[in-house]
Design a protein around this ligand. Structure first.
Ligand SMILES: *Cc1c(COP(=O)(O)O)cnc(C)c1O
Ligand SMILES: [Zn+2]
Length: 410
């Protein structure tokens, strides 16, 4: 489907599809607008189903005219029926969207692939980002494959594995002495002064569209219907807002039946400005200084905070937060019940899911999808102190019988 241009989410003013991201009149965020008069309904479902096994099967609804030749094939990750975790939480209709199964093991490959396609088209040669870790990882990998220079900005103190899995692609890794919010502010200034493609700054309208594929895939994998509820980890709030937009576009195009998806946002207590505003029943999201092990969600001034609040309220969802202790417990619970090892962001999601199921806020009959957006291997620090091998023995049957049999329950 053709891109019509960019449109301001606040005042509706239209702009050409260029590397711009704020409205000149009201400073609202710009979004991609499509000409949705093309294929619809069954015909569109067939086009999608016949497409590649990646986000590019939804190309009709992305601002990308053709599948890029430097494709790393992100997306189309498994939707898993979570019987064992569902039993533990009293949620028989629970699903997990396992987005750890991406080229750089987080959902950021989706947004980066779309941003890079736009950046290439606009003729940029330096591809950059302000990152909490996973974004830098994805930008470095996709830029390597596309043959672009990558310069990624990260706050000091990220997990070691996130820095190493980024540096291996040989970008310039710039560690900034400050928080993510400091990094982001710096990148806004750089975008003003230099002709660089900054994925989540001047390419943000394109970048953010990539996250819609998290809704498209879930709807397709559920047999062309939306779930009753989604639980989504929230940093800037972009993913949350775009998952909602994805379901809405599918409805408008007659791809899935109309249904309100209860949009439920998960934050860490150590960086929960949106959860705080939700509980205080205000519309104002006040910035905080992050202090949590969920570093990929450690954004103290979330760009889409007000939209997250609004959507959670208007859809009958919620915004909830959990402590770092609850995050670690949830990471272990997910691993023990479903064989899936997530980074703390996924622990935030499962921790909030658990809390809302226990309080009865999530009904037992709801078809619920929890988004697991990043892999545990990149954040071993979160669990290394609470898990270790159970026992060490001599290589003898006697030692085995003495030390292991009792542990294994006979
Ligand atoms: C970036 C990130 C998020 C948050 O995404 P936003 O669009 O900033 O809200 C969630 N989970 C993981 C693993 C991430 O890397
Ligand atoms: Zn505007």
């Amino acid at each position: 489907m053709a891109v019509r241009g960019l449109v301001c989410r606040e005042c509706g003013q239209r702009f050409p599809a260029e590397a711009i991201f704020v409205c000149e009149s009201c400073f609202g965020p710009l979004e991609v607008e499509y000409d949705l008069d093309g294929v619809r309904g069954e015909a569109l479902r067939e086009r999608i189903a016949g497409g590649p096994g990646s986000i590019w099967r939804y190309q009709d609804l992305l601002p990308v005219p053709r599948v890029p030749e430097w494709d790393l094939s992100p997306g189309f990750t498994p939707l898993v029926r979570a019987h064992r975790l569902g039993d533990a939480l009293g949620l028989p209709n629970l699903y997990l969207k396992n987005d750890t199964r991406n080229p750089t093991w987080s959902f950021k490959d989706r947004v980066v692939a779309v941003a890079l396609a736009a950046g290439k088209r606009f003729g940029f040669t330096v591809f950059s980002c302000a990152s909490t870790g996973n974004l830098a990882n994805a930008v470095a990998a996709h830029a390597a494959k596309a043959g672009l220079r990558a310069v990624v900005f990260i706050p000091k103190g990220l997990e070691r594995a996130k820095v190493i899995t980024t540096a291996v692609y040989r970008p310039t890794v710039v560690e900034v002495e400050g928080t993510y919010d400091d990094v982001n502010r710096l990148c806004l200034e750089i975008a003003d002064e230099h002709r660089w493609a900054i994925a989540n700054v001047n390419l943000r309208p394109y970048y953010s569209e990539g996250a819609k594929t998290l809704a498209f895939e879930v709807a397709e994998q559920l047999g062309w219907r939306a779930p009753d509820r989604v639980v989504v980890p929230v940093g800037s709030g972009n993913m949350f807002v775009k998952i909602h937009k994805g379901f809405e576009e599918f409805e408008r195009l007659g791809v899935i039946p109309r249904q309100t998806v209860r949009m439920t946002a998960a934050q860490a207590e150590g960086c929960g400005p949106i959860a705080t505003a939700y509980k205080a029943k205000t519309d104002k999201v006040l910035p905080v200084r992050p202090n949590t092990i969920a570093k990929s969600l450690a954004i103290g001034a979330p760009a889409d905070g007000a939209y997250v609040l609004d959507l959670a309220r208007s859809t009958g969802g919620a915004v909830e937060s959990v402590t770092d202790g609850e995050v670690v417990d949830a990471v272990r619970l997910l691993a023990q019940t479903e064989g899936l090892f997530t980074e703390p962001a996924g622990g935030v999601t499962i921790g909030v899911l658990r809390k809302l199921a226990a309080s009865g806020a999530i009904g037992p009959d709801e078809v619920t999808v929890a988004y697991i957006t990043g892999i545990g291997l990149k954040a071993l620090e979160a669990v290394e102190e609470v898990v270790e091998p159970s026992v060490t023995i001599k290589p003898t049957l006697a030692s085995f019988e003495e030390r292991v049999l009792a542990l294994a329950g006979g």
